[in-house]
Design a protein around this ligand. Structure first.
Ligand code: UDP
Ligand code: MG
Length: 339
């Protein structure tokens, strides 16, 4: 078991991998000498990422490269890497070097000094991101924290250091719709922040277009709060009060003989109630769709092949096979086939 594992999900990151490998290696050596491993997960990249990973793995016995069968999405790719890593302490970091690997010693220090199980990076500033992304992220994290009882830290990504016991607790959570930063907050233990300045992407473009960001936000909200479902009853109560007033008015209008007019108010009522109903139905659909997905119990991801990992490679493949064999055991990471 290495002292340190560094886990990185990668999607179309060919332009970053070289620099990433160099800076991670330097940071890891600095922190723990030779006792580390790097786990790169290729999340179905369509560029040359996998070829580069294989090449890096061929020249570095401390590197394990994992190729998923297709693009499973950031959170699942990360889960694959977390399943397969074996270190005592685990660093999660993006491939684009927006989060500086050089913070590793400071994170280890914070973990030791404060006896923490998780040290999470908090973004003091975010360079190179559009005002739109910063504003929506800012608003979203605050909305989420109001909607949920779990204390999910604000302005935090997946950049964090975790202890083995925290990771094992995390790996016991089987859900498909994964909002990892929230799930880690949920497990508890002592978790401490480490403020840092988030840099610009080393190369390439963000792999989170608006569409993925919106889905991610809905995953977060639906996984950690049922408040939106209660919106229906709030809207319903509001409309009921309104309708009582309306009934009084209608009776009054009828009594005073002026009950024919009223196209405008009628249309307003139809449109407003129709929109409210559709909105609430849509919200319920979000939850039902996710329930449906969870109920299928599919594996979270499929590993196609692995490269590197030195002599430990077979053991790792065995580990995956083990996970299938032990899939009915509670706890541990063998909860699902190839999880
Ligand atoms: N990523 C991934 N699968 C995806 C999308 C992204 O593995 O489908 C990885 C990506 O390679 C990067 C990390 O997730 O290492 C974060 O993505 P990105 O930096 O593009 O997001 P941003 O920092 O712009 O929010
Ligand atoms: Mg990034």
């Amino acid at each position: 078991m290495p002292a340190l594992s560094i886990v990185i999900p990668c999607f179309n990151e060919e332009a970053c991998l070289g620099a990433l490998h160099e800076r991670l290696t330097a940071a890891a050596r600095d922190a723990v000498g030779e006792d580390y491993e790097i786990v790169l997960v290729n999340d179905g990249s369509r560029d040359g990422s996998w070829a580069i990973m294989q090449q890096l793995a061929a020249n570095d016995p401390r590197l394990l490269a994992v190729n998923l069968s297709r693009n499973h999405g950031h959170q699942l790719a990360l889960t694959a890497g977390l399943d397969l890593c074996s270190g005592d302490v685990i660093l999660i970091i993006d491939a684009d070097l927006q989060d500086p690997p050089e913070l590793l010693p400071a994170m280890l220090q914070a973990m030791r000094d404060q006896q923490a199980d998780v040290v999470y990076g908090v973004r003091k500033s975010r360079a190179g991101e559009t005002a739109f992304k910063r504003a929506t992220a800012h608003g979203f994290y605050r909305l989420l924290s109001r909607a949920t009882e779990v204390d999910i830290p604000l302005d935090t990504g997946d950049f964090r250091l975790m202890s083995r016991r925290a990771l094992d607790a995390f790996l016991g959570m089987p859900e498909q719709a994964r909002f990892i930063r929230g799930m880690v907050a949920w497990i508890g233990f002592r978790q401490v922040p480490l403020p840092y300045d988030r840099g610009e992407r080393h190369a390439g473009e963000t792999k989170y277009p608006l569409r993925k960001m919106v889905r991610f936000a809905f995953d977060a909200l639906t996984s950690f709060s049922s408040a939106p479902l209660k919106l229906a009853s709030h809207v319903g109560i509001g409309l009921s009060v309104g309708s009582v007033l309306l009934v009084l008015y209608i009776v009054y209008a009828w009594l005073s003989g002026s009950s024919i007019q009223g196209w405008t108010s009628l249309m307003l009522i139809v449109v407003v109630i129709g929109a409210a109903q559709m909105f609430v139905l849509g919200l319920m659909g979000e939850y039902i769709g996710r329930l449906y997905n969870e109920s299928k119990g599919r594996p979270l991801y499929i590993v196609q092949e692995m490269a590197g990992g030195g002599g430990r490679r077979d053991a790792r493949l065995g580990y995956v096979a083990d996970a299938i064999a032990n899939s009915d055991k509670p706890g541990g990471s063998g909860i699902r086939p190839i999880k």
